[in-house]
Design a protein around this ligand. Structure first.
Ligand code: FMN
Length: 391
């Protein structure tokens, strides 16, 4: 038995999250064909499917191109039951007191289903549009102060704070969050400043889907920094999935997804990422493939095609369900306990992943258990009779 198989036997099932595509969705990258606009009713379909299918939560991204994640999550919380919402805290963009009040309100409205993703931001052009003009490491310094104030307020303290970036006098919030002392903090960022912030203050450190060895290095570095501070941090992976019944079908789907992307679009997107971003994480993702179509396989079953056009999470695990499960267990053996997955289009792929992959991961696809076996799907009359006679 390999160490991964042994680890799999001992490991708890992964916490499995899905994604709400608040900047729009579609069936092809880089094409207007079969696009779906960002629309609350569509997000509702995805969130309700994810809730019913047994996903534990959903990530809502944040940025100029996204529908607002707080308003969207508030709406979705009222039409779902168990699903958790990973919503962005934006140091520099909102004030700590305003964010603390929003946190308590959404945690109360969702009955304790709020999780926070601390997004410091890695695109100074976009940040300038939001009124943030600090250099990379200063933004992390600001985030540290922001979280200090935010925590104090949510813990019910009256906060007086005089720092480099914020000044607060007699700050308080009247209504406490359901989750005490505050909803869990998740966070992603690959730079040293980001790793220090993670070590000091967050519960779960997120990484994009880099090859296993590179993720191992980052986890080790964050774990060490946290140990030095007497803390423990959990780890999560943000990645796309293309899971099909066979390897061939999965790779054909990956090719199809980028079949309408032009070389010009790739060159433009890569230039923009390089010129606009000062994010170490974004640079690491771009270097995996260098914008080249013939360098997209960056690890076993790990494909970087999505990163040709999309910033941030740019890789997908591609394969049949048992192979993709094996690959996820490799990440799990490093200490990853949470996976935030997605696939295009997000509604159909939420079903595909739960139907094919969840059984391989030992996760229950909760909607499946109540299915009446005497439905349309027993393929033959004989099977149908059998289903009737044994039910
Ligand atoms: C899982 C994950 C999710 C992220 N989500 C967002 C997001 O929604 N919006 C955004 O602007 N940045 C997002 N980021 C980017 C980070 O906030 C951070 O700005 C970026 O990684 C740059 O930091 P670095 O230089 O430390 O790598 C995300 C990063 C990770 C790892």
């Amino acid at each position: 038995m390999t160490h991964i198989e042994k680890n799999r036997q001992n490991a708890d099932p992964l916490n499995f999250f899905w994604f709400i595509p608040t900047s729009g969705d579609g069936s092809y990258l880089g094409s207007l064909e079969r696009q779906r606009p960002a629309n609350f009713d569509y997000f509702k379909e995805i969130a309700q499917a994810a809730d019913r299918l047994g996903y534990q939560g959903v990530l809502l991204p944040t940025g100029q191109g996204c529908e607002d994640s707080w308003i969207t999550a508030a709406g979705l919380a009222t039409v779902t039951e168990k699903l958790k919402f990973l919503v962005a805290l934006r140091p520099g963009v909102t004030s700590p007191a305003y964010a603390a009040r929003q946190t308590a309100a959404l945690d109360r409205l969702s009955k304790g289903r709020l999780l926070l993703n601390v997004v410091v931001g890695g695109n100074p052009v976009e940040l300038a549009g939001d009124g943030v003009f600090l250099a990379h490491d200063k933004r992390y310094e600001q985030a540290g102060e922001f979280l200090h104030i935010w925590r104090g307020l949510l813990a019910g303290h009256e906060v007086d704070f005089h720092g480099k970036h914020y000044r607060v006098e007699k700050g308080r919030i009247n209504f406490p969050p359901v989750q005490q002392p505050h909803p869990p903090l998740y966070f992603g960022g690959s730079s040293e400043a980001a790793q220090d912030l993670a070590a000091e203050t967050v519960e779960l450190y997120l990484t994009w889907g880099e090859p296993v060895e590179q993720v191992a290095e980052k986890i080790e570095a964050v774990r060490k920094r946290a140990n030095d501070r007497g803390r423990k941090v959990r780890f999560g992976l943000r990645i796309h999935l293309i899971v099909r019944e066979t390897e061939d079908a999965a790779w054909a789907e990956a090719e199809r997804l980028i079949s309408k992307v032009s070389d010009e679009d790739i060159a433009k997107a890569q230039k923009r990422f390089l010129e606009q971003h000062d994010s170490v994480g974004q640079r690491r993702m771009a270097e995996l493939h260098g914008g080249k179509r013939d360098r997209l396989i960056v690890g076993p079953n790990l494909w970087a095609g999505i990163g040709l056009l999309r910033p941030g999470a740019g890789t997908a695990l591609v394969g049949d369900a048992s192979t993709v499960a094996k690959r996820l267990h490799e990440y799990q053996s490093l200490g990853i306990d949470t996976v935030i997955a997605s696939g295009y289009p997000h509604l159909e792929e939420a079903y595909t992943v739960s139907e094919l992959l969840f059984p391989e991961l030992g996760l229950s696809a909760s909607g499946q258990h109540d299915l009446d076996p005497v439905g349309e799907f027993p393929a033959s009359v004989e099977q149908r009779k059998l289903a009737v006679s044994t039910s």
